[in-house]
Design a protein around this ligand. Structure first.
Ligand code: 4AD
Ligand code: MG
Length: 465
């Protein structure tokens, strides 16, 4: 099987023996003495391996001297310890087979130079070949694997919840419709409405905004569960924190209150950041150097801190009295904007903060009503630099209170009959949260925009690829 460059650089292969690696040229440098130095990457790690190609090779003039960034090669040679610093091993090439040249190197978009992040975004199919694109990809993978490992170690079962749904979890009217109806010739009911009984599923369906309602059903049977998959929101917000398609980790815990959910979220963040610093030191050193000078310190601070927990009511008081003028003024009852969230996390606390017990009128129907009758047991975790990274709550497990709340919000109980059943048959207190995975990756790398931490970002007016 093909040897990964990361294993070669880690010393897993014997020196002074023949080895073959495959990859793409990052740079080629030629010495006057008739030797070319090829830096080769295969994406398995941040570093390249250097292959030294002497002019005795039969294709030296015809091919090796024509290698440019992005060309693909198969290199065979003797693995030796590298005399230069910064590199552990290199290959004294005995054969360099060119698998694919780069057509017209002058117009190759990923030519070896620094590109703007916006330029890379417009070339999403070539972006993973760059240093930054590769590093983001490996970090994203590392965090996803760490999430699964963490949940598994805590005894949670991973549940696959559907992407196509008939229910609106968040009730924010941000759903993409899924339909096979002929748009030119929509079937109509007698009243003139679109007749969804003619549609594929025989009813109106959407892409899910959250797996929560579905995963709650499994929580009410297996106690500790989570879902981790893509979710979709047709919110027309062109910000650095919003995607129309993003991934979410959603644990759901039976016999647990809001504090238990906040604790699990805190432990999860610490676990995945520790795993990241341990497993991807190479990529994190790059982010620290090139993207955000404080990123590693920041992650270490999170790992070593106790998250501050603060009531919404207290946060409003802090914001009202902080002497700062916000674009959107605050008072009890308003939803917080990212400027408020960032003030609290960055300036007031200087670290992640768990904000809890929000006014019920700005939150979803399923959140548990507190005894004050005004607030619900909801929490958001706000992180410096990014704002809300986690949103969660204790769920309303009392059928009568849930029904009253749904009525208040004009939701039809018939649409949620299966959800109500969980309260009718052996109801239990339970809690959960959603961790926005792209916000997590952005936070962990210092990348400023969630569009740059998902392979193919989906945003308003943009579904390229
Ligand atoms: O706060 P949200 O809307 O919560 C829910 O969907 C709950 N049903 C989760 C649950 O309790 N199981 O979303 C959760 C998180 C946010 O905190 C944010 O990190 C992320 O999902 N998020 C987005 N990330 C990228 N683009 C968007 N448009 C996002 N909307 C939410
Ligand atoms: Mg939220």
């Amino acid at each position: 099987s093909v040897i990964a460059i990361t294993d070669v650089l880690a010393g897993k292969y014997p020196v002074n023996e023949e080895i073959t690696v495959h990859g793409w040229i990052r740079t080629r440098r030629d010495s006057k003495a008739g030797i070319s130095f090829l830096a080769i990457h295969d994406g398995s790690c941040f570093d390249t391996i250097q292959a030294i190609a002497p002019n005795e090779l039969n294709n030296y003039q015809t091919e090796i001297l024509k290698l440019t960034a992005g060309a693909s090669v198969k290199v065979t040679g003797i693995l030796v310890e590298s005399p230069g610093d910064g590199q552990s091993f290199e290959i004294q090439a005995t054969a360099v087979e060119v698998l694919g040249f780069v057509e017209d190197p002058d117009t190759y978009p990923m030519a070896a130079k620094r590109h703007s992040i916006e330029f890379l975004r417009e070339h999403a199919h070539l972006r993973p070949r760059t240093n930054i694109g590769g590093a983001v990809t490996r970090v994203r993978n590392c965090l996803a694997q760490a999430v699964h490992r963490f949940m598994h170690s805590k005894g949670y079962y991973w549940i696959s919840t559907p992407l196509i749904t008939g229910s609106d979890c968040e009730g924010a009217g941000e759903m993409f419709r899924v339909s096979t109806l002929d748009m030119e010739n929509l079937p109509r009911t007698e009243k003139g409405d679109i007749d969804y009984s003619e549609d594929f599923f025989g009813k109106e369906t959407f892409l899910t905004v959250s797996g929560q309602l579905n995963v709650e059903t499994y929580c009410s049977a297996l106690s500790k569960v989570y879902t981790f998959g893509p979710t979709f929101r047709a919110e027309n917000s062109n910000t650095s924190r919003h995607l129309a398609e993003f991934w979410m980790v959603e644990p759901e815990i039976a016999f647990a209150d809001l504090g238990d959910a906040a604790t699990l979220a805190e432990e999860m963040l610490k676990y995945v950041f520790s795993a990241l610093l341990e497993e991807r030191a190479d990529d994190m050193a790059f982010f620290q150097q090139r993207v955000d000078k404080t990123v590693i310190d920041r992650l270490n601070a999170v790992i070593n801190s106790d998250f501050v927990r603060m009531d919404y009511t207290d946060a409003i008081e802090i914001l009202e009295n902080c002497g700062k003028t916000f674009e959107n003024p605050v008072s009890w009852g308003v939803d917080l904007n990212s400027e408020h969230e960032r003030y609290l996390a960055e300036e007031h606390v200087g670290g992640p903060v768990v904000l809890q017990n929000y006014p019920k009128d700005i939150k979803s129907f399923y959140m548990r009503l507190n005894d004050d009758g005004k607030t619900v047991a909801a929490m958001d975790i706000l992180a410096p630099g990014i704002g809300e990274i986690v949103g969660g709550s204790q769920r309303e497990e009392r059928l009568d209170v849930l029904d009253a709340r749904m009525k208040e919000m004009d939701l039809d109980p018939a649409d949620y009959s299966w959800y109500r059943d969980l309260r009718r048959y052996g109801t239990v207190p339970h809690s959960g949260f959603g961790l926005g995975f792209e916000r997590l990756v952005a936070y962990a790398t210092g990348m400023q925009n969630v569009r740059d931490v998902i392979p193919f970002p989906r945003t308003p007016k943009n579904a390229a690829y």
